[in-house]
Design a protein around this ligand. Sequence first.
Ligand code: BES
Ligand code: MN
Ligand code: ZN
Length: 496
Amino acid sequence: MQINVANRLPRTADNACQLLFVFDDARLKGAARKIDKDANGLLKTLFANGDFKGNKAETLMLHALPGCDAARVLLIGLGARKSFGADAWRAASKAASKAVLSSPSTLLVSDCLNAVTDENLSAACMAEQLATDLINNAYVFDLHPRRDPPSSATLEQCVLSIDKAQLDEVTTAVQRGISTGRGMQLARDLGNLAPNICTPSYLAERAESLAAEHESLNTTIVDEDEMEALGMGAFLAVSRGSKQPGKLIVMEHKGRKRTGKPIVFVGKGVTFDTGGISIKPSDSMDEMKYDMCGAASVFGVMHAVASLQLPLNVIGIVAAAENMPDGDAARPGDVVTSLSGQSIEILNTDAEGRLVLCDALSYAERFEPDTVIDMATLTGACIIALGHVASAVLGNNQGTINALLEAGESSGDKCWSLPLWDDYQPQLDSNFADMANIGGRPAGTITAACFLSRFATQFDWAHLDIAGTAWTSGKDKGATGRPVPLLMNYLFNRLG
Ligand code: BES
Ligand code: MN
Ligand code: ZN
C-alpha cells in the first residue's frame, strides 16, 4: 500500500473511498461541505434524522452519492469539538482505517488534515497516526501454509491532501507513520510465527537478511561457544535445556554523519517458554510462543529506523533462547555466574527472561550506550498490575522514564511507571549466591526490574514489561506490534 501526501485531492477513480471526519455538531467543512451540497444536503439530512450522530469513532459508509465521483464516502465521527484531541483522533483514525480496509476500495482520499484543525494536535501528528493505522490494520498473517489463506485488503493507494505550507512536514510525518506501521507488521509476523519455526536460529537468520536489505544495518551473531568464552553463564543456563542453540543477535544502525553514543534496545527473545524444570501449567501454554515479543519489537524498530535512515546510532540486541525442560536443563537451586561476574541462584527456572536479559545488558556495556531500553514479556504480575492497556516502565534514570511516558502518551502505545525503590531489593537476597532470580509473589514486576537493575549500572537504563500489551488472547489471538509505536515515538522525539 502506498500513502501519498498532495497539495490537493486527486480526481478519484471508480473504486475510491473518500474519508470525511465530522464532529457531533454536524458543522461541515472542506470536502464534506461540497459533497453535502452536491448531494442536495444528504449529509445534513443524515444528521437531522439521527442516522449519523458524529460520535467518537462512529462510522457510516455511503455509496453512490449524487455528484460525487468516489464510489463511496466514509463518514467518521470525531465526537465533541470541545473535547477533541489525540485520543479522539486515534479512535477515529483506527475506526476509519478498519472500515475502509474492510471495504473493496482500492483508493482512499481525504482532506481531513485541512478540515480537522485543532490547536492541540498538528496535521503532522494526525497524518502520522492515520498512516500507521492504515498500514498496521491492513496486517494479515499468512506465513503458514493453508488451504484457505486469509485474504488481504484491496486498498492500494491513499492520498491525503494538505495545504502547501505544511506539505513537507506532513510528508515526513507520513513516512514516519508508514515505517512505524511496517515495523509493527514485522514484529507481529515474528510474534505470530509458530515456535517450531521461529527459533533462535531463525531470528538470527532474519537479522542477517534485515542487514542485507538495509545498507546502514550490520548484524553480528554471538553463538553459544562465544558466550561460553565470554562467561555468559546466566544466558546459557536457560538455553542449555533446549536442542535449539541460543543466539545473541546484535543489529547496528549507523546514521549517516552521526557519531555520538548509541541508543541500545535490548529484547527478550525466548522463542518458547515452557518454564523449564519449573514447568508451567499446560493451559494456554501455546501463548508462550509470544515470549519473544520484546525481541520482535527490536526487529520492528531496527527495520523502521533503517528504512527512515534516522540520523541516530541505534543498536538492537536480541537475547534469543528457548526455555525447555531436559536432562541437561538448569535445576532450581543451580548457581551460575553471569557475564557481570555476579552469581545467581536460580530458584525458579521459569524466571528465565531476566537470566537471558542480564547477560545481554552486560554485553551492551561494550557499546558505551547513551541509553539502554529493554523490552520483555517478563512477568505475569505486570498483567495483574496494569492489565492489557499499559506496559510497565521502570529504570535508573527519571529523564528516560519521562521520555517513554511522553512517547506512550503521544503514540497511544501507553506505558506507566512503577517504583524501583531499593526497599524492594532485599526480596532478591540469596543464602548461596549474590542474588536469587526470584523475589517472591509481592511486586513481581518490580523485583524482576530490581534484578535487571543490578546489571544496568554503567548507563542510563529503562525497562519495559510488555507482558500485558505485546499480544491479545482469545478469539483475536495475535501479536499487537507493541511497543514499536512507543519506541519509534521516543526516537522521533529525541530527534526533535
Ligand atoms: N514469560 C513469562 C511471563 C509471562 C507469563 C508473560 C504469562 C505473559 C503471560 C516469564 O518468563 C515468567 O514465567 N515469569 C514468571 C516469573 C516468576 C517465576 C517469578 C511469572 O510471571 O510467573
Ligand atoms: Mn518463564
Ligand atoms: Zn518467559
